[in-house]
Write a new protein. Structure first.
Length: 109
């Protein structure tokens, strides 16, 4: 059994959960925040049997789109003024950042 931890954009989260549930996957949805953009994203926990692992990964890949976002850069020193000046930079976010863990034990009480 595997535990899939998928960090996805909020815009894709509902459709992804629906698609996974329709295919019989159990899903837990967490509201999370990205460390770099400091804006909301969604983390899904999906426990899957090894036989259904590839199907789950295919759904995540199909649903989650990458998008460009504007972020403030890490601040820089503004020359002789001593001021800190953030400037906008474009970053490409997602589709999905996925971690896969092998599950030692799965118990429901
Ligand atoms: P954030 O940390 O808010 O990052 C959003 C996007 O900003 C990233 O997209 C990446 O394109 C860019 N970015 C992140 N750190 C950067 C940096 N130091 N310099 C320049 N650009 C940077 P993704 O890579 O698709 O990541 C989307 C979200 O997935 C992240 O949101 C974070 O919540 C999570 N994530 C990504 N890699 C992770 C990791 N190794 N461990 C835990 N969470 C991760």
């Amino acid at each position: 059994m595997k535990l899939i931890i998928a960090i996805v954009q909020d815009e894709d989260a509902s459709r992804l959960v629906s698609n996974l549930m329709n295919e019989g996957y159990g899903v837990t949805k967490l509201a999370t925040t990205g460390g770099f953009l400091k804006s909301g994203n969604t983390t899904l926990l999906v426990g899957v049997d090894d036989t259904k692992f590839d199907g789950c990964m295919s759904i995540i890949e199909k649903v989650c789109k990458s998008r460009k976002q504007i972020a403030s850069s890490p601040v820089t020193m503004g020359g002789s003024t001593g001021m800190y000046t953030p400037y906008p930079i474009e970053v490409t976010v997602g589709g999905a950042t996925v971690f896969v863990l092998t599950v030692d034990q799965f118990v429901k009480y």
